[in-house]
Design a protein around this ligand. Structure first.
Ligand code: NOJ
Length: 661
């Protein structure tokens, strides 16, 4: 389904004038609720944002420090152009089928009043659920290639809202989000989610990061004003720009419930449509892998007596996958380099891993091999091999590859979230697309919706995943973590969190374990969206566990998503409708606090009866002392039902709802 209209409403040309300092203009959302105003103060462009009668951003200035000059003041407005846009577009995979893209646009053209008369435009798009804006650099005499030393974009929050922040230098974004008032934040990553005293939920992030540095936010002078901070190159520059060019979009979601944050598609709408014509090879799916066993020290990545990635083990995993309906088996540790986590080869395998044979076997069983490229952060070495590496996998019929960049810094020099890193990740995604390969990017730069343009970017990490429960002696992931990330990192796109651990005994580090009940492990499969979704445990731990049936029946691609109840950092319930049937799947989780979930099933079709199979925390379940009990219950339900279910501390509920035929 595709329906587009584009209306240039009015082109307002304002005469260039040296004293044009207070010229104002505004644009509202299609429903008139959100209003963005712009103006000049002493030649500096600012914008303000309000929703109904609440001012969300006071005067927030825009501009840049460039190498050798500023591009921030002595401006006059030379034109303001307005238009509106509406379309519906279908997602090849996603949390729903059809996305509505409806906004009013205002482009503000600026020119310096100085002899160099450089031009800069800012485009604002205002949606019913927020706004995005970006800078445009048009072709001109006095601005060719240039270097951004600092982006001065501000978000001048007028009140000291509560914020869920992650320190900007958190390695690979694998940290716990902390709730602080804005004035207490240090420099943080985006998405940054805020709750206002007036009952609004705001998320600041970016969209369409393609050749720029990732955006972080830094508070100015301990106030409630945030300013963009860009990850620098090691030589100090932030971004090298080619004219004509544009920055990524700076976005702010503005909604009235936490659930509506999850349902916003503003970030995707601000990315370009797909550049991949034939997407028949892009297939969401459930996968298992030769992986958790490495953390449990049953297996090793490198070759040796306990080598995990052997032909024999892979076939065993493929047998299990075929039997239980998993489409892929990830195999890590198949190639030389693991002895030192460096100098990897991507075109030769260890002698005990016969790629020809395992892929042949997989084809016979209808199970795909999911490849793995750990680079150790050695980008140059990876780029040298990338064409051959993807050709090698393509030759063996592999259509998905997990990439990894473990290593403090790329090529011993640049940060993952710098323009250097951003360029590299983008190159890999585009190259992989030419070989019809999907990418699951671990240790990425924070995602910004590029999957709309490159739907082979099927999922990413950039989150503190379940693996931390295997090896982090100090903390692991406290139960609250998964009630926060759907509203922070999760808003940036699919997360390869890798849930579904069934055995909580950790023989290697007995003091460390997954901090949930089993029912919550099931629920996470629905709550934490990823179209390539892993059941991460070793296969033997799934044997004789009736509750595993929830996972083997649970789709990963959806035609609709809704959020019946949510409180950030406390609990969240998400219901999703299967793309290929009339069935719904519900995941409901709580943090540290036991609670009574009230799950309103009004999302079901009216006048229809359904069977709900409920996987709930069993009697006396508790993540600390008694995590395993699960009760499985069947009930007849309809759109008038509100399920009232007790959830244990660190617990949850998973529900499959199928039409009662
Ligand atoms: C860290 C990744 O998150 C994990 O999934 C992977 O197994 C290791 N790096 C090795 O590549």
């Amino acid at each position: 389904m595709k329906y587009i209209y584009y209306i240039p409403l009015l082109t307002l040309l304002i005469a260039v004038s040296g004293c044009n300092t207070s010229q104002k203009e505004s644009v509202t959302s299609p429903d008139q609720q959100i209003k963005v105003k712009i103006g000049l103060q002493e030649g500096r462009l600012y914008y303000t944002v309000a929703k109904k009668d609440q001012t969300i951003l006071g005067r927030s200035f825009l501009g840049f420090e460039l190498q050798g000059s500023s591009l921030k003041d002595r401006f006059t407005i030379t034109g303001i152009r307005h238009s509106s846009f509406y379309e519906q577009w279908d997602q090849p995979w996603g949390e729903e089928m059809t996305v509505e893209n409806h906004y009013n646009e205002m482009i503000v053209d600026l020119q310096e009043t100085t002899p160099s008369a450089r031009k800069l435009s800012v485009v604002f798009r205002v949606f019913n659920d927020g706004l995005g804006f970006r800078y445009l650099f048009s072709e001109q005499e006095n601005l060719k290639e240039f270097v951004i030393m600092d982006e001065l974009t501000e978000f001048n929050l007028l009140q000291d809202h509560e914020a869920w922040g992650l320190a900007h230098d958190t390695k690979f974004y694998e940290g716990l989000y902390e709730k602080l008032n804005v004035s207490c934040l240090d420099t943080v990553c985006t998405p940054l989610t805020l709750e206002t005293a007036g009952g609004l939920y705001l998320t600041i992030h970016e969209a369409n990061l393609t050749d720029y540095a990732a955006m972080k936010l830094t508070p100015t002078k301990g106030s409630t004003q945030l300013k963009v901070y860009l990850t620098p190159w090691t030589t100090g520059e932030k971004v090298f720009i080619q004219v004509p060019g544009a920055t990524p979009w700076r976005i702010m979601i503005i909604v009235e419930t936490p659930g509506d944050l999850i349902l916003s598609r503003l970030m995707l709408n601000l990315n370009e449509p797909s550049k991949i014509a034939d997407i028949s090879w892009i297939k969401p799916g459930r996968y298992i892998g030769i992986w958790w066993g490495m953390y449990m020290k049953k297996h090793t990545w490198e070759m040796g007596p306990k080598h995990g990635a052997t032909t024999k083990n892979t076939k065993q995993y493929m047998d299990f996958a075929a039997k239980h309906g998993f489409s892929g088996v990830l195999v890590e540790g198949w190639n030389p380099g693991w002895e030192k986590w460096s100098n990897y080869s991507f075109t030769e395998s260890y002698p005990d891993f016969d790629i020809e044979e395992v892929t042949r076997y997989g084809r016979e069983k209808g199970v795909a091999l999911i490849g793995h490229h750990e680079t150790g952060g050695e980008v140059a070495r990876y780029e040298e091999q990338m064409e051959d590496a993807f050709a090698y996998y393509k030759k063996h019929g592999v259509h998905a590859v997990k990439t990894g960049y473990v290593g403090g810094i790329l090529d011993g020099k640049e940060r993952h979230s710098s323009q250097f890193g951003v360029r590299h990740y983008r190159k890999i995604i585009e190259t992989a697309a030419r070989y019809q390969i999907m990418i699951d990017n671990h240790e990425p730069v924070m995602p910004t919706g590029l999957q709309r343009t490159w739907p082979n970017l099927i999922t990413q990490e950039g989150v503190r995943g379940q693996e931390w429960d295997a090896w982090d002696v100090d903390e692991g992931n406290p139960p609250v973590h998964t009630t926060v990330i759907p509203f922070t990192r999760g808003l940036a796109g699919p997360m390869d969190f890798t849930p579904v651990t069934f055995n909580f005994e950790n023989p290697v580090l007995p003091q460390t374990r997954v901090q949930t009940t089993i029912a919550k492990q099931l629920a996470l499969f629905v709550v934490l969206y990823s179209p390539l979704q892993m059941a991460s445990d070793m296969i033997e731990n799934y044997e004789n566990r009736p509750e595993f049936e929830f996972i083997t029946s649970c789709p990963v691609n959806w035609s609709a998503t809704t959020v019946p109840e949510a409180k950030i950092g406390e609990y969240v319930t998400i219901a999703r409708k299967d793309r290929d049937s009339e069935a719904w799947f519900v995941g409901s989780i709580t943090g540290e606090h036991a609670r009574e979930a009230q799950i309103d099933l009004s999302f079901l079709d009216d006048n229809r009866s359904y069977i709900a199979t409920i996987y709930r925390d069993g009697k006396d379940a508790d993540w600390r002392s008694n995590p395993y009990p699960v009760e499985i219950e069947e009930r007849t339900v309809d759109s008038g039902t509100v399920l009232v279910i007790n959830q244990a501390s660190g617990g949850g509920t998973a529900i499959r709802i199928t039409p009662n035929l």
